[in-house]
Design a binder for this molecule. Structure first.
Ligand SMILES: Cc1cc2nc3c(=O)[nH]c(=O)nc-3n(C[C@H](O)[C@H](O)[C@H](O)COP(=O)(O)OP(=O)(O)OC[C@H]3O[C@@H](n4cnc5c(N)ncnc54)[C@H](O)[C@@H]3O)c2cc1C
Length: 466
């Protein structure tokens, strides 16, 4: 039995941040990661000689904590180039309204809203949003938008954005997870548009996201290096398989891992077992593995988790000077039901991020063509299909001989939506873990949506236990 200061289970962003926070408090944590690398859904690769993100590209700037962390780590922050995203409908693409949250417009009379929605639908939405606010507001984003602005705003503006960012139908998303504070703002403002306007403010529209210059993947790499430099230990290919309370604190039993039958799932800890005992344990692994571990010490009964979409990306490095004109700004979201395009989104990576633009030689462009919606079966992907979709979406004919390199990346199930039911269940788990001395629970699924929410949550969790 190895006695240590703290054990952190899971080496994604949440686990790394928690372990790094322990190191800052002078503790020497052991971090267990069942995969062969740390960073989890934040990962980098190289294509045509250029380093780039294959997982999460950045964070939402609505909370300041990730930017603060970047500064503490010595990393430079960058913002996407200011260009609207586009939405593809087969009857004509349009630029997404700029003053909006998740596609919900702040002003239903703004020219970019009318252009996307049509004058009549914009007028009807404004009329609906003038109705008095009912006592009970729906808890999911889709129903809230339908109630206040109608189905056209949901279909044309919100569903493409929610599908692009959260890979889920808006009816599956708890509003307070994807846009904290929006429901209270609706009550204060007396309308949904007024709530969005109040949150966005009157000044120039600021970028909603930020990243690390040179790639988001540099953040987990730096956390990893600094944890080890401070005396912490990081054990990859080592998965936790049991958690219990012993006389001297928590006991974590872990084992060497082997690939799961589905490579998108965390590997299985079925090799040689090692045991750790520690006064502090932070569970920061994926929900599917955290639930059985926590179930050994608290009651984890609750709703069945909604499976995440079969997300997959075809990343293309193309020699195409015609794309220098950035025909679709930073990228495009495809509305459900397109007969012309199979992809659900296209991101013009080398236009969006200034440091990537600088890394690409003249005429080289990086495109990410995304597939896989909630409830869909995984698609067979090919570079040919991605080229056809990218050509339709950008309006620039791209051919196989322009492809310098391509990579197909699967993230099946990685972004499970937080429904109102899941949110209530997670709140119950937090209440139970806080009653257990030395036990912490964090991770994107347990702390809110994405990196912006998990960074402060993981830090607070480790601070509380230090
Ligand atoms: C394609 C894609 C794009 C995204 N884009 C964005 C974005 O732009 N902005 C944003 O904010 N978010 C984005 N996200 C979401 C974001 O990446 C995640 O919310 C975040 O990285 C999750 O971090 P985590 O540490 O909670 O979980 P994970 O990254 O899932 O890490 C959990 C880790 O636990 C390990 N593990 C599991 N079981 C065990 C075990 N038994 N023992 C030890 N280790 C275990 C896993 O191997 C994994 O490494 C994106 C996600 C994807 C897939």
């Amino acid at each position: 039995m190895d006695r240590v200061d703290a054990v952190v289970i899971g080496g994604g962003m949440a686990g790394l941040v928690a372990a790094w926070q322990f190191s800052r408090a002078g503790l020497r944590p052991v971090l267990l990661e069942s995969r062969g690398y740390t960073g989890g859904l934040v990962a980098g690769s190289r294509i045509a000689g250029v380093s780039y993100d294959i997982g999460a590209e950045g964070w939402a700037v609505r909370l300041p904590d990730t930017e603060t962390l970047a500064a503490e780590l010595g990393l430079e922050v960058e913002y996407p180039r200011s260009a609207p995203s586009w939405v593809w409908f087969d009857d004509g693409p349009f630029a997404m309204p700029v003053r909006a949250i998740l596609g919900i417009p702040a002003d239903l009379g703004a020219p970019d809203v009318v252009a996307g929605l049509g004058a009549e639908a914009a007028r009807a939405a404004a009329e609906l949003d003038r109705a008095p606010i009912p006592e009970e507001l729906p808890r999911d984003l889709g129903s809230l938008v339908e109630l206040r602005m109608g189905s056209e705003v949901l279909r044309r503006l919100v569903a493409p954005i929610a599908g692009g960012i959260h890979a889920a139908d808006p009816h599956l998303l708890a509003t307070e997870v994807v846009s904290p504070g929006l429901t209270a703002a609706v009550r204060r403002a007396g309308s949904l548009a007024g709530a969005v306007a109040a949150i966005k403010g009157n000044g120039p529209v600021k970028p909603a996201v930020a990243s690390v210059s040179g790639g988001m993947f540099r953040m987990p790499q730096t956390l990893h290096a600094q944890i080890e430099a401070a005396g912490g230990r990081i054990l990859t290919r080592t998965g936790a398989k049991a958690l219990s309370r012993g006389g001297e604190g928590w006991i974590v039993s872990a084992a060497a891992t082997h690939r799961a039958s589905n490579p998108s799932l965390p590997p299985v800890p079925d090799g040689q077992t090692v045991e750790f005992t520690a006064p502090r344990v932070v569970v920061a692994c994926s929900a599917s593995t955290a639930r059985p571990l926590l179930g050994q010490v608290i009651d984890t009964a609750g709703p069945q988790l909604v499976p995440g979409a079969p997300i997959a990306h075809v990343n293309l490095a193309v020699q195409a000077p015609e794309l220098d004109l950035c025909p679709r700004g930073n990228g495009m979201l495809v509305a459900i039901g397109s007969q012309k395009v199979q992809a659900k989104a296209l991101t013009h990576l080398s236009v969006k991020w200034p440091s990537l633009t600088a890394s690409c030689p003249t005429g080289l462009h990086l495109l990410r063509v995304s597939y896989g919606r909630t409830g869909q079966a995984a698609q067979d992907l090919s570079v040919g299909q991605a080229l056809a979709d990218a050509s339709t979406l950008t309006g620039v004919e791209l051919t196989a001989d322009q492809v310098m390199e391509s990579q197909i990346i699967h993230w099946t199930g990685a972004l499970a939506p937080t429904t109102p039911q899941t949110r209530a269940w997670v709140q119950g788990l937090h209440a139970q873990t806080s009653d257990q001395e030395g036990l912490g629970l964090t991770g994107a699924w347990a702390s809110g949506s994405g990196i912006a929410a998990l960074v402060p949550h993981a830090r607070r969790t480790a601070e509380r236990l230090s």
